[in-house]
Design a protein around this ligand. Structure first.
Ligand code: UDP
Ligand code: MG
Length: 139
């Protein structure tokens, strides 16, 4: 995966609330091209693997059960400066701290149920995209 890509998930709270369309619209209007997209549901084991980097953090157990509580939408996005620009578009982890107009400010309900995931580095964008999508799917 080139460095002009990032990886996102629309999390279970946002899917359940019917916000796939609204969030996808914001992503596209911000100039991101969707190059792969998948509606799926994680088992607690797979969620645990995806969030392995957080396994020592106090919220890990809650995070894994929340992320497997309902369907999600995973996607690979392309844009110049994708990782940094997407983190700006989604806003702070805690929606209470997220800037006006960001996806989390508009759609997130709490620090855990915060509507979307966004990769934090080019390296993790590639790892996370590869976790969900085969080589064929992420051409
Ligand atoms: N999270 C949580 N409680 C916290 C911090 C994070 O439940 O105190 C959850 C939240 O869903 C967050 C995810 O764990 O999106 C990963 O945390 P990270 O610090 O990587 O935040 P992000 O990169 O998603 O903004
Ligand atoms: Mg993170």
């Amino acid at each position: 995966m080139a460095t002009n890509r990032t990886f996102t998930m629309i999390k279970p709270d946002a899917v359940e609330a019917g916000n796939i369309g609204g969030i996808t619209k914001m992503i596209e209007e911000a100039g991101f091209k969707i190059v792969a997209m998948k509606y799926t549901r994680l088992s607690p084991e797979i969620a645990g693997k995806f969030y392995e980097v957080h396994s020592e953090r106090p919220f890990y157990g809650e995070l894994c059960s929340y992320m497997s509580s309902g369907p999600i939408v995973a996607a690979i996005l392309e844009k110049d400066n994708a990782v940094e620009d997407f983190r700006k578009l989604i806003g702070a982890t805690n929606p209470a701290d997220a800037a006006e107009g960001t996806i989390r400010k508009i759609y997130a309900t709490s620090i855990s149920a915060n509507a979307v995931h966004g990769s934090d580095s080019d390296e993790n964008a590639e790892i996370e995209g590869n976790f969900y999508f085969s080589e064929l799917e992420r051409h």
